[in-house]
Ligand binder design. Structure first.
Ligand code: 5GP
Ligand code: MG
Ligand code: MG
Length: 174
């Protein structure tokens, strides 16, 4: 066990307060990245006190020993141009996925573009990216639960924990 349901709930409330304050004159679009975002986004939006829109993107991510690849398999539906966009991620690890998504969203000309991630594992970062809202800074351990999976298992755990497997570049799941 790394973060209990209570730890997560307190942190999510505090992020939601900050976001409500920063977007008090706006109606942001929150974009979730399937599928790990599910618990975080569901809890977060219920505590945000400003009107908002939600949308989703689905990506496929492959990381092998000598290449990483991100591909969008379902783009968002809402029009982004001129809107304040907040990208909601479960975890930022190397930053490869986030960098790809930010470039994609920037090309749609939003009025502003910010990032909120529940988990940030800075020690493995390959691309330096500014993250506006961070739930927890993770140690160098692969984690599951609260939406995050290991080969599609454990997403429904109400807490975040370390599953007792060691992730390597070759077995890193999507
Ligand atoms: P990136 O390396 O591009 O920053 O992260 C890519 C994706 O790898 C994340 O969106 C997430 O789906 C997955 N990932 C990275 N670290 C972890 C982890 O500790 N646990 C789980 N379940 N997925 C992870
Ligand atoms: Mg993700
Ligand atoms: Mg996964």
């Amino acid at each position: 066990m790394l973060y209990t349901a209570q730890d997560i709930s307190e942190r999510v409330s505090s992020l939601a307060r900050q976001i409500s304050d920063d977007y008090r004159d706006s109606r942001p679009i929150l974009i979730g990245v399937q599928r790990g975002f599910i618990c975080f986004m569901a809890d977060l939006i219920r505590q945000i006190a400003v009107p908002l829109d939600i949308d989703f993107m689905t990506i496929s991510y492959y990381s092998g020993s000598n290449a990483s690849m991100v591909r969008i398999t379902k783009d968002m539906d809402l029009e982004v141009a001129g809107r304040d966009v907040l990208l909601v991620e479960d975890i930022v690890d190397t930053g490869i996925t986030l960098n790809y998504l930010l470039n994609h969203l920037r090309s749609k000309n939003p009025a502003s573009l910010k990032v909120c991630t529940l988990l940030d594992r800075k020690v493995r970062r390959l691309i330096d990216i500014k993250i506006d809202y961070v739930g927890f800074e993770l140690p160098d351990e692969f984690v599951v639960g609260y939406g995050l999976d290991y080969h599609e298992e454990y997403r429904n755990l109400p807490f975040i924990g370390i599953p007792g497997i060691k992730e390597t570049p070759d077995n890193k799941p999507c």
